[in-house]
Design a binder for this molecule. Structure first.
Ligand code: UD1
Ligand code: CA
Length: 455
C-alpha cells in the first residue's frame, strides 16, 4: 500500500513569543518541520502533505525546495479538522499523521506503527508519562484493548489518573479517514474537531487499535516554548556527541559540542570544548580542533591541528596543516599538505601550496601561492579595486617581507624576494629582489620638541 504523510503545522505557537512560525524555529540548525520532513522522506512516502495556517506563506517559502503538498487550514478548528484539509489529496493507501513541532521521532518507531495498519487495524503511538497533565488519555476495555482517547479537558477525575497518553502520532488507511473525519463533532470542552475521536469510531466498527511506544519519551516530545526547544536541542546534541564518541572521537566535554549539520570524523579526532560545526564538515584521522572553533562546510585533512578560536568556512585543508589560533578561512581557501595559516590571518579563494606559511596578521584573497612560500606578517593582497577582484600569483619558494601590499593583478616569480614594507604594483621576475620603500632619513642632531609650560 502507498503511504501519505500528513504533517500538522497550522498552530500559532503563541508561547514561543516570536514572529517566526513555531515550526520554523531551528533545532540543530534546521527548522523543526524539516526534521519531520526528512524523517518522512526516509519512510519513502508517496506524498508528504503539510497543513499550514498561522504564517502559512512564511512556512511555504521556507520549504519551497522540498517536494511537498501544502493544505491550507485557514482557521484552526482542531487536529481532526486539520487532517481533513488533506482528504482530497490523499492516495488510497496508508496515512501517517505527524506534527511539525515534534522533531525527534525515530523512523523505526514510525515504521512499526505503519506496519500495523490495514482496514482492520489502526496504529496509535502512546507514551506513559509521570506527568500526564494536558494530554489525551488512552482508555482501554477490560480485555486491555485501546478503545478511545479522552482529552484532558474532557476527562473525568478517574480518567485523569490514567498515565498512558496520546502522542498525537497515528497511522490509518485513507479509506478509514474518509469514513470517519466527516463524522467528527466539535461538541466538547474546546469546541474543536478532535482527530482523537476517530479512535472510538474505529473501536465501534471493530477496527483494532494497535498501540506502539517510542523507545524514549524524547521522540514524541513537542515544542511549545523556548525552554522546551532548548531542552530538545541539548538532548539531541547529547545523542550526536554519544554517537561521535562511539566512533572514536575524543570529546573532553560532550555537553559542550554543537553539530548543526553532518560531522564526519576519522579515528582519533579530538574536539575541544565550545566548537560549532555547521553544514557538511569532514575531519580526517588524528585531526585536533582547539576550543571555540566554528567550522562550516569544510574538509580538514588528517593530522591537522586547528588552534583555538578559528573560524573556517568552505575550506579544504589537505592534511598536516596548522591553522590558527584566531585564523579565518573563508570560502575557496585551499591549503595543500603542511601549509600553515596563523593568527589573525584571513584567506579567501586562495590556494596555499605545500609547506607554505602565512603565519601572522595577513589577508590573502584571490591568490595562488606555490610551495614553500613565506608570507611575512601584515601582508595584504589588494585584490579589490572598488569594482572588480583581481588575482595574485606567488611562485614556489618566494619570500614576501612583512607589511607588503600586493596590488593585484600581480605576480611574484619563483624564488623572488620582496623587501618588507613594499607596495608591489608590477610583476617580479623569478629570483629577483623587489623593494619599494621610501629612503630612510636619519638626523643625528635631532632635538625632540618639549611641552610648553603655561602658568
Ligand atoms: C493533541 C491531542 C492530545 C495529545 C497531544 C499530544 C487532539 C485533539 N489532542 O492535543 O490527545 O495528547 O496532542 O501533544 O488531537 N494543529 C493544527 N490545526 C489545528 C489544531 C492543531 O495544525 O486546528 C496542530 C498544532 O499546530 C500542533 C498539533 O496540531 O502541532 C497539536 O495541536 P495542539 O492544539 O497542541 O493539541 P493538544 O491540545 O496538545
Ligand atoms: Ca500540544
Amino acid at each position: 500500500m502507498s503511504l501519505d504523510v500528513v504533517i500538522l503545522a497550522a498552530g500559532q505557537g503563541t508561547r514561543m513569543r516570536s514572529t517566526l512560525p513555531k515550526v520554523l524555529h531551528r533545532l540543530a540548525g534546521k527548522p523543526m518541520v524539516r526534521h519531520v520532513i526528512d524523517t518522512a522522506r526516509g519512510l519513502e512516502a508517496e506524498r508528504t502533505h503539510v497543513v499550514v495556517g498561522h504564517g502559512a506563506e512564511h512556512v511555504r517559502e521556507a520549504l519551497a525546495d522540498c517536494r511537498l503538498r501544502f493544505a491550507l487550514q485557514a482557521e484552526q478548528k482542531g487536529t481532526g479538522h486539520a487532517v481533513a484539509q488533506t482528504l482530497d489529496a490523499l492516495g488510497d493507501g496508508k496515512v501517517l499523521v505527524l506534527y511539525g513541532d515534534v522533531p525527534l521521532t525515530r523512523r523505526e518507531t514510525l515504521r512499526e506503527l505503519i506496519q500495523a495498519v490495514d482496514e482492520q487495524h489502526l496504529g496509535l503511538l502512546t507514551v506513559t508519562l509521570e506527568e500526564p497533565n494536558g494530554y489525551g488519555r488512552i482508555l482501554r476495555n477490560a480485555a486491555g484493548e485501546a478503545v478511545a482517547i479522552v482529552e484532558h479537558k474532557d476527562a473525568s477525575e478517574a480518567e485523569r489518573t490514567i498515565r498512558e497518553c496520546n502522542t498525537g502520532i497515528m497511522a490509518m488507511t485513507a479509506a478509514q479517514l474518509r469514513r470517519w473525519l466527516p463524522r467528527l463533532s466539535a461538541d466538547n470542552a474546546q469546541g474543536e474537531y478532535y482527530l482523537t475521536d476517530i479512535i472510538a469510531m474505529a473501536a465501534a466498527e471493530g477496527v483494532k487499535i494497535a498501540t506502539a511506544q517510542p523507545a524514549r519519551p524524547l521522540e514524541v516530545e513537542g515544542v511549545n516554548n523556548r525552554a522546551q526547544m532548548a531542552r530538545l536541542e541539548r538532548a539531541h546534541q547529547a545523542d550526536i556527541a554519544e554517537a561521535l564518541m562511539a566512533q572514536g572521537v575524543a570529546l573532553p566535554d560532550p555537553s559542550r559540542l554543537d553539530v548543526r549539520g553532518t560531522l564526519t570524523c576519522g579515528h582519533d579526532v579530538e574536539i575541544d570544548v565550545g566548537c560549532v560545526f555547521e553544514g557538511e564538515v569532514e575531519l580526517g584521522e588524528g585531526v585536533r580542533i582547539g576550543p571555540h572553533c566554528v567550522i562550516r562546510d569544510s574538509h580538514i585533512g588528517a593530522e591537522t591541528v586547528v588552534e583555538p578560536h578559528s573560524v573556517i568556512e568552505g575550506a579544504v585543508a589537505a592534511g598536516h596543516n596548522r591553522i590558527g589560533p584566531f585564523a579565518r578561512l573563508r570560502p575557496g581557501s585551499r591549503l595543500a599538505v603542511g601549509a600553515r595559516v596563523g593568527n589573525f590571518v584571513e584567506t579567501k579563494n586562495a590556494e596555499v601550496g605545500e609547506g607554505s606559511k602565512i603565519n601572522h596578521l595577513s589577508y590573502v584573497g584571490d591568490a595562488r601561492l606555490g610551495r614553500d612560500v613565506n608570507v611575512g606578517a601584515g601582508t595584504i593582497t589588494c585584490n579589490y579595486d572598488g569594482a572588480n577582484k583581481h588575482h595574485t600569483e606567488i611562485g614556489d619558494g618566494a619570500f614576501i617581507g612583512s607589511n607588503t601590499a600586493l596590488v593585484a593583478p600581480v605576480s611574484v616569480g619563483k624564488g623572488a624576494t620582496v623587501g618588507a614594507g613594499s607596495t608591489l604594483s608590477r610583476d617580479v621576475a623569478d629570483n629577483a629582489l623587489a623593494v619599494s620603500r621610501a629612503r630612510l632619513v636619519t638626523k643625528d642632531e635631532w632635538q625632540r620638541p618639549v611641552k610648553h609650560k603655561d602658568y
